[in-house]
Structure formats: C-alpha cells, structure tokens
Design a protein around this ligand. Structure first.
Ligand code: NDP
Length: 253
C-alpha cells in the first residue's frame, strides 16, 4: 500500500540498525526517504538496497550543519512531511564513574539531536498544516536501568520534549510521538554486550540473558518491529495519536 506516496520523510541515523529498517518501511509505503548520518558509505548502501531515495551527511549535534543538510534535502525532494529523529547513542558506566562530559555527550546526541532536527522541519510543517514527527526514545525513557544514568536521563528528556511539543502543536495538523524500543538487535546492543562481557569476564550469552531478564518475551526486539510501529504513527489512520510514548518492548512496560 502506497499510503505515503508523495510524502518526503527524513530519517536521522538511517544508514544502519533501527533507522535503516524505518527507512525501508517508509520507502515501502511509497515515501521518498532521505537518510542522514555522519558517514556516507552506509547511507549510499541504504539507497543502493532500495531503502531510501537520497542522503545527506550531517552530525545531528551540529544545528547549523544539520539545518543546511535538511534544506538541501528539501530542495532536492520537497519539504519534509515526516521526520524520524532516530540518531542516538548509548554509553554505560556506574553513576559515580559517569562524569559531566558523558552527560553532555548523551544529551548532545539523544536530546539536542532531536531538538535540532525538529527545529529544522517544524516551521514548514506548521505552514503546510501537516507533519509527522516520531522520536526514537527507548524504554530507558520510561523506566530506570542501572549503569546508564546519562542515557536514561537523556531518553526521559526526549519523552518530555515529545509530550510538550505534542500539546504545543495539537491544533496544527502535526503529530509528535515517541517510540520506545526495548533491547533491539542492532550494532548498538551487540557492542554493549561485547563490552560488558569484556569488562565483567562473563560469557556473551550470560550478558544477553541478564539483559532480557525484564522482558517477558525473552528475546531481542527486531528493528523491523520498531519500524512497523513508526510506520503506523506516520499513517493517515494515526492522525489523532499525538504525545504518546509507545513501547515496543515485548511486554517489558
Ligand atoms: P546504531 O548504533 O545501530 O545506529 C545509530 C545510527 O545513528 C547510525 O546510523 C549512526 O550513523 C547514527 N548516528 C549516531 N550518532 C549520530 C550523530 N551524532 N549524527 C548523525 N547520526 C548519528 O543504533 P540503533 O539502531 O540501535 O539505535 C537507533 C536509536 O534507537 C537510538 O536513538 C537508540 O538510542 C534507540 N534505541 C535503541 C535500542 C537498542 O536496543 N538498539 C533500544 C532503545 C532505543 P553514523 O555513525 O554514520 O553517524
């Protein structure tokens, strides 16, 4: 079904992991998708695989670079109708070993990355009285986890931002939502498992089992399952859904 035909979607972090699956799902529904990342190779490959129509290289933590990149994408494929603010990163450490710099890094990419991307597209959405903004937060935006205090604080901030923006834009034809995945099978999680195994000396299977202890389904979420939730929130059927934080987490929340 091409229910997104004629729409231009921008997916930050669209070159791999969850963002790439979202790009594929939106393209599959007929949208022209622009993927954003810091490194061109993965973005070019996403296009080569038919999951996106174009790419721009930008670091989401740099407001002016991202703004120029979004303007370039809009010039090439039309104004942005759908923003998926997905780019993010996770660092872990016990709170007493988490310095201010780690908090700044986690807020820069996970919170300000969403802020900068939204500021780059929202004006034009409001003018056209249509828009879909979906931020990829996390279950870490809705509950606490040990050893990721900076990441958890940042993702809670993303959920707060979405809730505030949804109220502010409620009468404008723009919806603003968060999707909150549980542990999902991507490089981010595989890297985290490898690092924890190295630091603790535990087997990777053991690290994964402890990761999944709070998940009733006892398995990692797939990037495609996250993308399916995003696709729904971007569909015409979801026009009355705004300000929600939707867990895709196997019953963890
Ligand atoms: P990956 O590490 O696999 O991918 C992250 C993507 O973000 C890459 O495409 C990367 O591209 C891009 N990116 C990272 N930093 C920047 C930056 N500063 N500017 C532009 N692009 C950037 O992560 P996931 O796919 O697993 O995660 C995607 C989102 O989902 C994140 O927000 C994450 O917090 C969230 N999430 C992930 C979960 C999981 O278990 N995997 C669970 C819950 C939430 P490049 O390096 O080329 O810039």
């Amino acid at each position: 079904m091409d229910f997104l035909a004629g729409r231009h979607a921008l997916v930050t972090g669209g070159g791999r992991g969850i963002g790439r699956a979202i790009a594929a799902a939106l393209s599959g529904a007929g949208a022209a998708v622009t993927v954003v990342g810091r490194e061109a190779t993965a973005l070019v490959d996403t296009i080569a695989c038919g999951m996106a129509a174009g790419y721009v290289v930008a670091d989401v933590t740099d407001e002016s670079v991202l703004g120029a990149a979004v303007a370039g994408a809009a010039a090439a494929r039309g104004p942005i109708d759908i923003l998926i603010a997905n780019a993010g990163g996770a660092e872990s450490a016990a709170f007493l070993k988490t310095d201010a710099e780690q908090f700044h890094r986690m807020f820069a990419v996970n919170v300000m990355g969403v802020v900068h991307a939204t500021r780059a597209v929202l004006d034009a959405m409001l003018a056209r009285r249509f828009g879909r903004v979906v931020a990829i937060a996390s279950t870490a935006g809705l509950k606490g986890y040990p050893y990721v205090s900076a990441y958890c604080a940042a993702k809670h901030a993303v959920v707060g931002l979405v809730r505030a923006l949804a109220v502010e834009t409620a009468k404008s034809g723009v919806t603003v939502n968060a999707v909150c995945p549980g542990y999902t099978d991507t490089e981010l999680v595989r890297g985290s498992i490898a690092r924890t195994a190295e630091v603790t000396g535990r087997a990777r299977e053991d690290v994964l089992a402890r990761m999944l202890a709070g998940n009733p389904q006892q398995r990692l979420v797939t990037p495609q399952e996250v993308a399916a939730a995003v696709l729904f929130l971007c569909s015409p059927a979801a026009g009355a859904i705004t300000g929600t934080a939707l867990p895709v987490a196997g019953g963890e929340l």
